[in-house]
Design a protein around this ligand. Structure first.
Ligand SMILES: [Ca+2]
Ligand SMILES: [Ca+2]
Ligand SMILES: [Ca+2]
Ligand SMILES: [Ca+2]
Length: 124
């Protein structure tokens, strides 16, 4: 399993060398993405729009379940954990916090390049 992960990471690193990726989003050159920088990164890639299938500006539980199966099948958390105000829909802000929490694998509240590449490889 570790070998597979390493190979995946290596190929991902190669494939992103020619594109505008991690360095572009790290606006303050801190070598990590805070939640705002990370939100900009996937905002411009149309990531949220893909989750919000009916384009009403919110990700409801059905859309979330579909998105989870498509983009992060290994995720084991629950929709209610993302829906901070419990109105049964995720605003873009709630969604960003949820995604951010998922991809911040070491829990330091920053997305480093390795964590970013994990998101990128699962979502392009
Ligand atoms: Ca930064
Ligand atoms: Ca929607
Ligand atoms: Ca909500
Ligand atoms: Ca982190």
């Amino acid at each position: 399993m570790l070998v597979v992960l390493l190979l995946g990471f290596a190929s991902c690193t190669r494939s992103t060398e020619d594109g505008a990726h991690y360095g572009t989003w790290d606006e303050d050159n801190s070598v990590s993405l805070d939640d705002r920088e990370f939100g900009n990164a996937w905002g411009e890639s149309g990531y949220y729009d893909r989750w919000d299938a009916n384009s009403d500006g919110f990700v409801d539980a059905t859309e979330w379940t579909e998105g989870r199966g498509r983009n992060m099948p290994s995720y084991t958390g629950d929709y209610s954990e993302w829906d901070a105000d419990a109105d049964d829909r995720l605003s873009e802000d709630e969604f960003r916090q949820g995604i951010y929490g998922y991809y911040d694998r070491d829990g330091d509240r920053m997305i480093n390049e390795e964590e970013y590449n994990a998101w990128y490889s699962e979502n392009q």
